[in-house]
Write a protein that binds this ligand. Structure first.
Ligand code: GRF
Length: 203
């Protein structure tokens, strides 16, 4: 199973995915890491690991459509089965999403459908929720909205700042995204006719 991971920054989820796929004897690998920014720290780590890296700098493109076309070409050169968004900070066009339909997966730092978009930890604290979490989902043209594959939950504690909550959640994001990458590699994840996710072998 071939994965391409898309990043824009730090890349801690990308590292978790690479490590999760290495931890087990799986015929699966991250073939390339593609970044929308040349400065992403994710790129340095991937290069150290001997993983191919590609930069498609979004600033070089006059429109979202042109950027997405270049991005799609960069990705397809690696013939991935799945494209995993891991801290990828660009909104993708419908054309791009449809091109990778059923193969494009994202992690979002909230319990969707609550708190789509940015600043999810602030949103959670402002709403006074007692539980926060992350969601790994298939990407559809509606932002942060596709069929849910897996979620993880953390408590919100008294006195939490957005940074506290983000840090607590990030550890869980790594576990959940790593687990989902393994499920995908094992061919256990399917979408049913209702666009609901079925994961074989998980209660
Ligand atoms: C994560 O919190 C992810 O959920 C969100 O952006 C952050 C990226 O962190 N989409 P990293 O680049 O994976 O370290």
């Amino acid at each position: 199973c071939r994965f391409v991971v898309l990043v824009s920054g730090r890349g801690s989820n990308m590292r978790a995915i690479v490590q999760a796929l290495r931890d087990r004897v799986l015929p699966a690998e991250v073939c390339a890491v593609v970044s929308s920014s040349p400065d992403a720290a994710a790129l340095d780590w991937a290069r150290e690991q001997g993983i191919a890296t590609v930069v498609v700098p979004h600033r070089n493109y006059a429109s979202r459509e042109l950027f997405d076309q270049a991005l799609a070409q960069a990705i397809e050169a690696y013939r991935p089965d799945y494209v995993l968004l891991a801290g990828f900070m660009r909104v993708l066009t419908t054309g791009f999403v449809e091109r990778f339909n059923g193969r494009l997966v994202n992690i979002h730092p909230s319990l969707l459908p609550s708190f789509p978009g940015l600043h999810t930890h602030q949103q959670a604290l402002a709403m006074g929720v007692q539980w926060h979490g992350c969601t790994v989902h298939f990407v559809t043209p509606v932002l942060d909205h596709g069929p849910i594959i897996a979620q993880g939950v953390v408590p919100v504690l008294a006195g939490d700042t957005p940074a506290d909550l983000a840090e607590r959640l990030l550890c869980l994001e790594h576990q959940v995204y790593g687990e989902v990458a393994r499920w995908l590699a094992e061919g256990r994840v399917t979408l049913d006719a209702m666009q609901r996710v079925q994961v074989r072998g998980v209660a």
